[in-house]
Every structure is written in structure tokens, then in C-alpha cells.
Design a protein around this ligand. Structure first.
Ligand code: RB5
Length: 146
């Protein structure tokens, strides 16, 4: 899978480990920055990854900031993005199965690296179930058109 990844200063170190983890699993990773720990503004990177997902440049997006919250809010402003914040694997799995989430966010100040890897792996492995969930996801996306 081709995965776009982005972060602010607080997510930089965790991102480095997550990139290695993704590459070890055989994924192609496009790093949208930021590229160091210098203080920066998370909306920039949420938007970049959101646009990469929405345009089809990448299959999925992963975002890391302090909490995962601000960067996911920014990504969700891009039409076509369904970004979710997950702090454990159960919601990560359900966000794929029921919500067809195409961007995953988490907080480097909230979860440890082993939990983050488990969340990422679970999220990437889970498939959207469609059926009754598709109608609801379509309803969410329709909000953008009204
Ligand atoms: C940056 O200090 C912090 O506010 C940011 O990483 C994130 O947690 C915002 O939602």
C-alpha cells in the first residue's frame, strides 16, 4: 500500500519509527513532513496528507501530533477525507470496518510506540465491511455537498 504520513514537531520522533515499521511491512511511504522537531503548525501537515489521500496520490494517510486531534481536524476539512483519532486497536479496527476511515491519527504524547505500531497494523489490516455501513458513510460524505 502507498501511505502518506505527516506530523508536527511533537510527532516527529514517533513518525521516524512508524515509517521504519511501515517499510518493514512492505508499504511505500511518502513523508509529507515536518522533517524535524522545530515548532510548527499541525494544520499544514494535516492538509498535505489529506490532499494526498483525496487526490489518490496515496491509498491511506497517517498523522501524528501531540494528541492526534488538531492534525485530524485539519485533514477532515479536505473533501473526501475521513480521518479518525485512535488511541487503541479496537477503535482503529472499527474505524475501517464501519467508517471506511482513510486517514488515521494518533498522539505521540498519548500513546507509546508499541501501542502506536499495534494501532497502525490493526488499521491497515482491517477492511471496510460495506453493506449498511456504506449507506451511513455515504451520508457523512453527502454533508460536504450540501
Ligand atoms: C502542539 O503543541 C500540540 O498542540 C499539537 O501537537 C496537537 O496536540 C494539537 O492538537
Amino acid at each position: 500500500m502507498k501511505i502518506g504520513i505527516g506530523n508536527d514537531h511533537s510527532g516527529f520522533e514517533m513518525k521516524q519509527e512508524i515509517i521504519r515499521f511501515l517499510q518493514e511491512m512492505g508499504h511505500e511511504v511518502i513523508d509529507h513532513g515536518t522533517y524535524d522537531t522545530e515548532r510548527c503548525d499541525y494544520p499544514i501537515y494535516g492538509e498535505k496528507v489529506g490532499r494526498a489521500v483525496a487526490s489518490g496520490e496515496v491509498d491511506r494517510g497517517i498523522l501524528i501530533c501531540g494528541t492526534g486531534l488538531g492534525i485530524s481536524l485539519a485533514a477532515n476539512k479536505v473533501r473526501g477525507v475521513r480521518a479518525v483519532v485512535c488511541s487503541e486497536p479496537c477503535t482503529a479496527r472499527l474505524s475501517r470496518q464501519h467508517n471506511d476511515a482513510n486517514v488515521l491519527a494518533f498522539g505521540a504524547r498519548i500513546v507509546g510506540i508499541e501501542m502506536a505500531k499495534m494501532i497502525v497494523q490493526t488499521w491497515l489490516d482491517a477492511e471496510f465491511e460495506g453493506g449498511r455501513h456504506k449507506r451511513r458513510v455515504d451520508m457523512i460524505m453527502d454533508i460536504q455537498n450540501r
